[in-house]
Design a protein around this ligand. Structure first.
Ligand SMILES: [Zn+2]
Length: 386
């Protein structure tokens, strides 16, 4: 995130805490209103689109003392949810393995003091922001002991109000033993207990787990939804919010990541790449491609590609006389580009970048993806020039 304090960040209520996801929200509210809440849900979608936020909001609604399909945000239960210190709501997530940890040990009591502090910090961050990442050093998998604790805790506490809700974050990080243990719990649903699993990698889950949960597919967010969220939640100025939302590939957290790196500097680098493609000398282009590929940082290359695609899209808008969010040198570069290549097939160029991003996702050989992108972009841009 940018270092300056956000200009304004609104206090959000009820389902508004979840960005977009209208379809999923409607489905869940209908389930609550009609008393047809399933005993297990799987919230699946790309990272940063709001699977965790949806699950946590449902946990809040299921325990709200008002009993409606929207959390009241006033009752004792809703207040407890503000800090995620709720007697009925249990978070399950990857934890570091403790020293000499044995089967049956409480997964939290085996941690060192530092690790306990780290766990407390990520829970506090998640409570303040359901889009926060749960990053604890050396926490690489959900422990079987954490899954076993579900059954124990569910049978120990019979809530007088609401329901026991277990929220399993990053469910794809369950190992085989934890998965099998969870499967048993899913096969014999516990009374007054709801399991909410979230994942960005549904294919990494046991198919038998997936099939025993009602699935809530979380869609990629619209650019307008991300831009609005960045401005309202994070107080990001309009221009930066617009730029980041265009390049985030439908993920709110990806947009925030972009804002924490220097978007403008990266954009300058993407424009420099276009110049190299169009220049007669090939050596700088080859060097840049080698540099990009050598890091083998696919998320970084993807961000860079999105910036490149965003710049080409701005050039397209400008060539059609539509308003473009750009100023200073960037605007001059766009204007020069448009006047120098009036016959450029910019829609094809934008599509070509999208295809390169898809190739990255398919684990294409990085240097090859970049070289063929460069050659094709050159054709798109220069096809009817001079
Ligand atoms: Zn309430």
């Amino acid at each position: 995130m940018p270092s300056e304090t956000p200009a304004s960040s609104e206090v959000l209520h009820g389902w508004d805490r979840v960005i977009g996801q209208r379809r999923a929200k409607d489905l869940l509210q209908r389930a609550v209103s009609s008393g047809q809440v399933a005993h297990a849900y799987l919230f699946a979608g790309p990272e940063g689109v709001g699977a965790d936020a949806l699950a946590l909001e449902l946990a809040r609604v299921l325990n709200c003392e008002e009993g409606g399909a929207v959390a009241c945000d006033r009752c004792a239960s809703c207040r407890a949810m503000q800090t995620l210190q709720h007697p009925n709501v249990h978070l399950v997530f990857p934890l570091p393995v403790g020293k000499n940890e044995k089967q049956g040990d409480d997964p939290l009591t085996v941690l060192t003091d530092d690790q306990v502090v780290a766990v407390r910090d990520v829970i506090a961050a998640k409570a303040a922001d359901p889009y926060a990442r749960m990053e604890i050093p050396r926490a690489t998998s959900i422990k079987i002991n954490s899954i076993r604790a579900i059954k124990r805790e569910a049978s120990m506490s019979q809530p007088t109000r609401g329901r026991n809700v277990f929220v399993l974050l990053q469910a794809e990080l369950m190992g085989a033993d934890a998965s099998n243990s969870l499967l048993k719990t899913l096969e014999e649903p516990l009374a007054d207990t709801v399991l909410l699993l979230t994942t960005s990698e549904r294919d990494a889950l046991l198919p038998t787990i997936v099939s025993r949960c009602q699935q809530i597919i979380c869609d990629r967010l619209g650019e307008d939804e991300i831009e609005d969220a960045l401005r309202r939640r994070d107080g990001i100025p309009e221009d930066a919010a617009h730029l980041a939302s265009e390049m985030a590939g439908g993920s709110y957290t990806a947009a925030r990541d972009l804002l924490s790196t220097d978007v403008q500097a990266q954009r300058v680098r993407a424009v420099a790449f276009l110049r190299m493609i169009l220049a007669k000398q090939r050596l700088p282009l080859i060097q840049e491609i080698e540099l990009l590929a050598s890091s083998n940082d696919r998320p970084g290359v993807e961000r860079w590609m999105r910036l490149l695609g965003g710049w080409l899209r701005d050039a397209l808008m400008m060539s059609e006389g539509r308003p473009v969010h750009s100023e200073g040198e960037d605007r001059v570069a766009l204007e020069n580009f448009c006047s120098r290549f009036p016959g450029a097939d910019l829609p094809a160029a934008v599509q070509r970048v999208e295809r390169a991003i898809a190739d990255l996702d398919k684990n294409g050989y990085l240097v090859l993806v970049l070289i063929s992108l460069a050659l094709d972009l050159r054709t798109c841009i220069t096809q009817s020039a001079d």
